[in-house]
Design a protein around this ligand. Structure first.
Ligand code: 8YV
Length: 328
């Protein structure tokens, strides 16, 4: 019997490819670069499934050009690369990779918060440049973390992980803002208090962004929101590029309107706004919040299992639009 054909849009673990090859005829991207949309469409011809990694845009134009496609499995919890309405209309299942990355991503959020508040990268560059000649009372004096106020915007699974680290690990006073308030039991588990976005921005010593990207969350933090923050406050973005207005942030950092920022995601990444590259008080990392070997392996396996589950066993593990596709 011939196996169903699938496409793996980016280079991934050889073990994941080997696993997929047990079930499918697999064409996979072996290049370090991503394919253009035209290349992706060309390679999707004849394929019933696509393994995507969070950056391939799956929209009405692509779906119309690939009528045989039945599922796209994202190796990412975020799925703003999917036009889910267009996928549902075309009867194409969308799946993501939640849960397996929650704790690892929360760890990284905290790593970035610590590095930002305590000026870890700035001081390391100073040392490497041979500039450390003497002790000085205010050398790289940063912002206190323990006992300070942590403000989390976006209180999903990862936001809750960060809240627990802050509250129980560092004795922080945790406030959060979210589309809807969490139930009392979850709030107690996280030791976190719901506040308005405005109150959070005005009172938090450290603001961490963990909201999914959508048209509604575009520029959740822009010039107006930065103006509400304290000049001693720090901002961390591990959510998505586009949640922060990077140009406005670079200006606020340069002018000392906030103390520092830690960014793992950028508008238009892998390009980074040039102004962010020239301000010293920002820690910049290349979208690696989920990047441990174990977690990336688990994410790849879950995306692969969604393809196997849906195309072979008729049931995906973590579908996004199962009901809409079933009703087609
Ligand atoms: C991914 C992420 O590594 O899961 C997400 O939403 O942002 C990261 O964990 C990224 O999308 C590339 O796969």
């Amino acid at each position: 019997m011939t196996k169903p054909q699938i496409l793996v849009a980016r280079k991934i673990f050889p073990a994941t490819i080997a696993y997929l090859e047990q079930h499918f005829e697999v064409e996979s991207n072996q290049d370090d670069a991503s394919w253009t949309k035209a290349e992706l469409i060309a390679r999707l011809q004849g394929k019933v499934g696509a393994f995507t990694t969070g950056s391939e845009r799956i929209d009405a134009e692509l779906l119309a050009a690939c009528p045989g496609l039945r599922i796209c499995a994202n190796m990412a919890v975020g799925y703003n690369n999917f036009d889910v309405d267009a996928m549902s209309a075309a009867g194409v299942l969308a799946t993501n990779a939640p849960d397996v990355l929650t704790e690892t991503t929360a760890d990284f959020g905290f790593a970035l918060l610590m590095a930002t508040a305590r000026r870890v990268c700035e001081s390391e560059h100073f040392l490497r440049a041979g500039l450390w000649k003497k002790w000085s009372y205010d050398m790289f004096a940063g912002a206190e973390v323990h006992g300070s106020t942590l403000g989390i915007i976006g209180m999903g699974r990862i936001g809750q992980g960060i809240a627990k680290r802050g509250a129980f690990g560092f004795g922080m006073n945790v406030v959060y803002h979210n589309r809807s308030q969490l139930d009392a039991a979850t709030e107690a588990e996280c030791k976190a208090r719901f506040v308005s976005k405005e109150e959070l921005l005005k009172t938090a010593d450290h603001v961490v962004l963990v909201v999914p990207y959508s048209a509604a969350s575009h520029h959740t933090i822009g010039a107006a929101e930065l103006a509400l923050m304290q000049p001693t406050a720090t901002l961390v973005n591990i959510a998505r590029g586009g949640i922060v207005d990077d140009a406005a942030l670079a200006a606020a950092l340069r002018e000392g309107r906030i103390a520092a920022a830690g960014l793992d995601v950028f508008e238009g990444e892998p390009k980074v706004h040039p102004d962010l590259l020239t301000v010293p008080n920002v820690v910049l990392t290349p979208h690696i919040a989920s990047a441990t070997v174990a977690t990336r392996t688990a994410m790849a396996r879950l995306a692969a299992d969604n393809l196997v589950g849906f195309l072979i066993k008729n049931k995906a593990l973590t579908p996004i639009n199962a009901a809409q596709v079933a009703s087609k």
